[in-house]
Write a protein that binds this ligand. Structure first.
Ligand code: ADP
Ligand code: ADP
Ligand code: ZN
Length: 212
């Protein structure tokens, strides 16, 4: 089964993908996490991606698609995956469709998580991430038991540079799922829209219900 999670920055895609992966053992593929890993390791791809990420812009399609196609070509993605943060536009969606079609697969579910701008700003401003395992927290909505350290692995928590208000503004302008991307999955008959302003567990249950 292949699933895409769609939604604006801060909608809860990463948090829900981690929960769904834990509940279903569906492989979680996050292009944002892959780019951040490359930035951390100072690869050529990371250096290039960073110039876009720092501004709140999308990394060019060519680079992003190549990275994603390489990822889904690995053995652990043979039976399925859940994409978080990809595709961001129709060009990326078509590239993914084509790659899946070539192996007799398709996107089975596109789950659109909707959240208002005001709530997105509050979520991104209070987001904390584990440096070691990538677990997501929110200082008010989903705080760690011990401030500054991860419940899951004890690792240190950090805030993303691009969660600063100036960059968030650009991301909310440029990175909401465009109407033609949503239309692409609606036309394929796989779109499901979920109210992402509900409590975390309620959203998780709705998403699991949609892919069951
Ligand atoms: P968020 O989950 O907060 O929306 P991500 O972690 O998905 O952000 O992405 C962080 C950054 O990585 C984006 O601002 C963008 O620069 C880059 N990025 C991630 N996925 C893509 C993609 N599919 N296409 C282009 N750029 C991407
Ligand atoms: P995305 O991957 O879509 O950018 P995240 O999963 O990183 O979003 O979530 C952004 C922030 O909002 C995190 O700090 C997370 O803890 C918080 N959050 C996610 N879903 C909810 C929710 N349903 N209610 C309250 N806070 C949430
Ligand atoms: Zn951790």
């Amino acid at each position: 089964m292949f699933v895409v999670l769609l939604g604006p920055p801060g909608a809860g895609k990463g948090t829900q993908a981690q929960r769904i992966a834990a509940a279903t053992s569906l492989l979680h593929i996050s292009t944002g996490d892959m780019f951040r890993e490359n930035v951390k390791n100072e690869t050529a791809l990371g250096q290039l991606a960073k110039t876009y990420m720092d501004r709140g812009d999308l990394v060019p399609d060519e680079v992003t698609i190549e990275m994603l196609l390489e990822r889904i070509g690995r053995a652990d993605a043979a039976a399925g995956a859940m994409f978080d943060g990809f595709p961001r536009n129709v060009v990326q969606a078509r590239a993914l469709d084509q790659a899946l079609a070539a192996r007799g697969a398709r996107i089975d579910h596109a789950l659109l998580i909707s959240v208002s701008d005001q709530e997105l700003i509050a979520r991104l401003g209070g987001r904390w991430i584990c440096r070691s395992c990538g677990a997501l927290y929110h200082e008010r909505n989903d705080p760690p038991t011990k401030a500054d350290s991860c419940d899951r692995c004890g690792g240190p928590l950090y805030q993303r540079d691009d969660d600063r208000p100036e960059v968030v503004r650009t991301r909310l302008e440029k990175q909401k799922p465009p109407a033609d991307l949503i239309a692409h999955y609606r036309a394929a008959g796989v779109l499901n829209e979920i109210d992402g302003e509900q409590p975390l567990g309620v959203v998780t249950a709705a998403l699991l219900e949609a892919i069951r």
